[in-house]
Design a protein around this ligand. Structure first.
Ligand code: TMP
Length: 213
């Protein structure tokens, strides 16, 4: 594997999409061939799984265990068909959410067994870990407010994520992500997502810059 694999993580409304586009532009400016992708939904099959997971109007919504397995199925297919081939071709893969999201949301958020999730992540990724993960950390009340604003403005109007979950759910997701970061400080860098997009962009760059020196 000769490419570089970076992931962005964070709770609802932490500004991941904005920051990942900005990072992509900066890295492309440095001459990297960047593959920007996401989970769920980084493949055509994943797009269909994503619709089942986050689009409104799906009756028969999956329960927590089925939800976990759908995210895992999306990941296994995405890793095999997009991420590994791109890395083998020497690309820089920039992925909006990856295995840590399952630990935070299905593990800490939904309360599913963390050992089972670790095993499932190993199966889905084949052991492929990011070289660096940027965790955008924000007070959940502020994140959910931003996410609800975004849906009201009609952006991604067909999607509902977890923004209607109770406050405690988002607190658990945040703690889950911070726990992952505390366990793997070399890989996961926590970035304060409060402030303007420009301010956050500067912090995100500081969290990955050493990889490009
Ligand atoms: P997005 O907000 O990045 O578009 O992601 C869609 C939703 O999917 C988001 O609410 C978090 C959720 N999610 C999980 O619950 N588990 C996972 O493993 C992944 C990748 C996403």
């Amino acid at each position: 594997m000769s490419g570089l694999f970076l992931t962005l993580e964070g709770g609802e409304g932490t500004g991941k999409s904005t920051q990942i586009r900005r990072l992509e532009a900066r890295l492309a400016g440095l001459g990297w061939k960047v593959v920007r992708t996401r989970e769920p939904g980084g493949t055509p099959l994943g797009g269909r799984l994503r619709a089942l997971l986050v689009e409104t109007g799906v009756d028969d919504a999956p329960g927590p265990r089925a939800e976990l397995l759908l995210y895992a199925a999306d990941r296994a297919h995405h890793v095999d068909s997009v991420v590994r081939p791109a890395l083998a071709a020497g690309r820089l893969v920039l992925c909006d959410r990856y295995a840590d999201a399952t630990v935070a949301y299905q593990g800490w958020g939904r309360g599913l067994d963390l050992g089972v999730i670790a095993q499932l992540n190993r199966l889905a990724t084949g052991g492929l870990r990011p070289h660096r993960t940027v965790l955008l950390d924000l007070e959940p009340a502020e994140g959910v407010r931003r996410a609800l604003d975004r849906s009201r403005r009609g952006q991604e109007a067909r999607e509902v994520r977890f923004e209607h979950e109770e406050r405690a759910f988002h607190e658990r997701v945040r703690q889950g992500y911070l726990d992952v970061a505390a366990r793997e400080p070399d890989r996961v860098r926590v970035v304060d997502a409060a402030g303007s997009p420009d301010e956050v962009e500067t912090r995100v760059w500081a969290a990955v810059e050493d990889l490009f020196r």
